[in-house]
Design a protein around this ligand. Sequence first.
Ligand code: MEV
Length: 444
Amino acid sequence: MSDLIKNSRMSGFGRLSREEKIQKVAEFADLTEEEVNLLNDQADNVLFEKLQRMQENTVSLSPEPFSIVPNGRINGEEKLVVMRGEEPSVVASCGLIFSWAREGNNGQGILAEYINDLMIGQIQQYGFKDEEDALKSKELLLENKESLINIANKVDPVLVKFGGGARDLEVRKIDSEIGQMLVTHLKVDCQDAMGANTVNQMCEVLTPYIEDLTRHKVGHRILSNLADERRSTASLEIPIDEIKKKADRDGLNMSVDEIEERLMNAYYFAKNDNYRATTYNKGAMNAIDTVGAATGQDVQAIEAGVHSFAGKGDSYKPITEWKIEKDLIKGKIDVPMAVGIVGGSTKINPMAQIAKKIMGVKTAKDLGEIIVSAGLAQNFAAIRALALEGIQKGHMKLHAQIAATEAGAEGEEVEKVVQMMVEQNATTPTDARKFLAELRAERE
Ligand code: MEV
């Protein structure tokens, strides 16, 4: 009955106080007093004042684990890496791979590099009479390239002062179902900013000039998240011997040859099957996104760019490559990495500032290099686990912890229930409830 009178249309909702908004939501969703208290408690967090400014209608905060991955050595520098997220085992397995990669590349650890830093802004035009008409406009745009770049550079004098700005302009012709289109690509060096706002603004400022030159209307003006001219790469080397020693400790009883064969099979499976490549890449994104989230990046933009880059050729491909050479497994990653440390929301969130400080990030380049290093390590963590032992084993303990907490275990009970679950190979909340009941019964 109450469903019938529910109405999500709440005119003036944005003007209500935080408490009033929560009250409305609580009535709408039948929230309990406990749930309302939890929402209110989060708003007592010292960060609430700042974070609420980042989004409209913020009524509470939804915290996530902020975790440290030790053992990093990137370009010879010691690194602690910060991740924000809740995917089980990501932090521990990344730390393990970091520890194995430390002595690689002549003791430099993971070698990472930020290649180029040009973001692409797109200015689209359509409605050309025919191909010739489109080509005429393309020529006009290219003839006026320098002056268009100069106009774009008036948008952000500070960026230009610090060595950035619009650098190049290209024009692509697209033969579409609705006729010829032209897409002008404005390439902008955004320095330490992710650059979306500046690039979008530059594209908008150029609009009247482009319409005037070509006598054709402009359609879309927006940056492209396929930042294939702003990429980061990393490479690492791991002694097969380390992997063998862990396999022995885990009682896996595998020869070096078998380990090598299984690891290479993991890579070639992903290379030749895009159903597998998707999940394989998701493993790398487990680190890329969580380091990105910890530092306040536009994670959706990173995701969109990486996956589009992975699909740029004939089919969707893995974003990493692996080979075995002289007792070492060697991997590399090369992906778009549009990250920033100034502008946008990166400066507002004090947790993002702390994350950057812990990681010693001073430039967008530093951050891009750390992110892809963690992505590569995380990808290998999944390869190793899947190839040698299956993924569930490593996740068991964390799943058990989550199930035990969900079942209502408190304090020391959590560890005890987890231990019982791991011993019995049990993972579900029902198992956890059963063990918790047993434990409590024993104590009575
Ligand atoms: C799970 O979050 C990530 C993996 O599926 C990655 C992979 O399959 O390579 C384990």
